[in-house]
Design a protein. Structure first.
Length: 147
């Protein structure tokens, strides 16, 4: 058991940087998904409306969760952030594989989508899954406990 008078844990390495990366990545994803909802149906890709609608919902959920983690130091938000980021990684992979199986995605678009998935989404999900974040956020709860 940890004493209530124990000092707050230090901020995990990269916490601020990865928080900003999540904000920027999700804002760009949100802009892309909203723009795609306008463009793809006109181009005859109506089947992309559902994945892009899901992408919008996931982006908003990630933004809310990372705000809860970074501003409110919420352990509950950290749990949701981890779950939503991994769901996003799986969703990107499933949608890309589904479109390739339908033969409606050019190879260049597939490579670009997978590169974004590998270079941004997976490292973010791994970073926020580290146990040090739970310890850091829990230290706020301990330090604000009754004296």
């Amino acid at each position: 058991m940890v004493a209530l008078d124990q000092p707050r844990a230090s901020k995990p390495s990269g916490f601020g940087l990865f928080t900003r990366i999540v904000y920027i990545h999700q804002a760009l994803s949100l802009a892309f998904f909203i723009a795609a909802l306008r463009v793809f149906p006109r181009l005859g890709f109506e089947q992309l409306v559902l994945p892009h609608g899901l992408g919008i919902a996931l982006s908003v959920a990630v933004l809310l969760a990372v705000f809860g983690v970074s501003s409110r130091h919420s352990l509950k938000a950290l749990g949701w952030l981890r779950v939503i980021l991994w769901i996003s990684v799986i969703k990107i992979l499933v949608v890309q594989l589904w479109l390739i199986s339908k033969g409606e995605l050019e190879l260049a678009a597939y490579v670009r989508g997978m590169l974004i998935n590998e270079l941004i989404a997976i490292p973010l999900a791994i970073y926020w899954s580290r146990p040090v974040h739970r310890v850091y956020l829990a230290s706020f709860r301990r330090s604000s406990g009754p004296s």
